[in-house]
Design a protein around this ligand. Structure first.
Ligand code: SF4
Length: 212
């Protein structure tokens, strides 16, 4: 596991840390905008930036606000449930509450899968959680750090055991996303990749079905 831990120092940090942990606007970024979206600022001034207003709105109104901000209306139901939950906990749904409790509440909401729940826990709530996305799976399997057959909870346990602080987990998550988009897609492009020094002696382990 030592090599996996070494990745922290090699990974790039592509975006300056402009996040505001614990803030509703972070929820909006993760649920509506997604990773790498260049138009995240368009939501800051929209009606959606006020959770009380979203919690009291009808779905059609939330959809209209999303469309006015240049977004698809699909996350409207997710936002409504999240806003109600946010208001119910007085704007502090992640504070002084167990990770498993919050995780279960998030996963029970429409449109929130295991990965998004953990992304919210890590980046909004500052909990020790890690969103297991495709980039993470590709990188970890190709380096032999985990088995492709492992389930989501196994991946989660391995990664949170390796990096213990939320700051490190956030850094690794951002770094894996950046490496995944630039180097470690369906076909690995290892030459010049920041994690190339950590490859196994025989090169990246094949993921089989993708040919990479
Ligand atoms: S591209 Fe190669 S070196 Fe980079 S993370 Fe993927 S397998 Fe590792």
């Amino acid at each position: 596991m030592a090599q996996m831990r070494d990745a922290l120092d090699l990974l790039p940090q592509p975006h300056p840390d402009d996040s505001s942990p614990g803030d509703w606007t972070e929820v909006l970024k993760l649920v509506v905008v997604g990773k790498g979206d260049k138009q995240r600022e368009t939501l800051a001034d929209s009606e959606l930036s006020h959770p009380q207003q979203v919690a009291a709105a009808r779905l059609t109104q939330i959809s209209a606000w999303l469309e006015a901000a240049g977004r698809q209306p699909k996350p409207a139901k997710t936002l409504l449930e999240l806003a109600k939950w946010w208001v119910e906990h007085s704007g502090l749904p992640f504070e002084d509450r167990g990770t498993e409790t919050v995780r279960a509440e998030l996963r029970s909401m429409p449109g929130i899968n295991a990965e998004l729940a953990d992304r919210l826990l890590l980046f909004v709530g500052q909990h020790r959680a890690f969103p297991i996305d495709r980039a993470t799976i590709r990188i970890a399997c190709r380096h032999g750090w985990t088995e492709p057959e492992a389930d989501y909870e196994d991946w989660q346990a391995t990664i949170t055991r390796t990096w213990e602080t939320t700051a490190a987990l956030q850094r690794v998550s951002r770094g894996f996303s950046a490496v995944g988009s630039k180097h470690c897609g369906p076909q690995p492009r290892c030459t010049g990749c920041p994690l190339e020094p950590l490859l196994p002696p025989g090169g990246p382990i094949s993921l089989g079905e993708e040919g990479g």
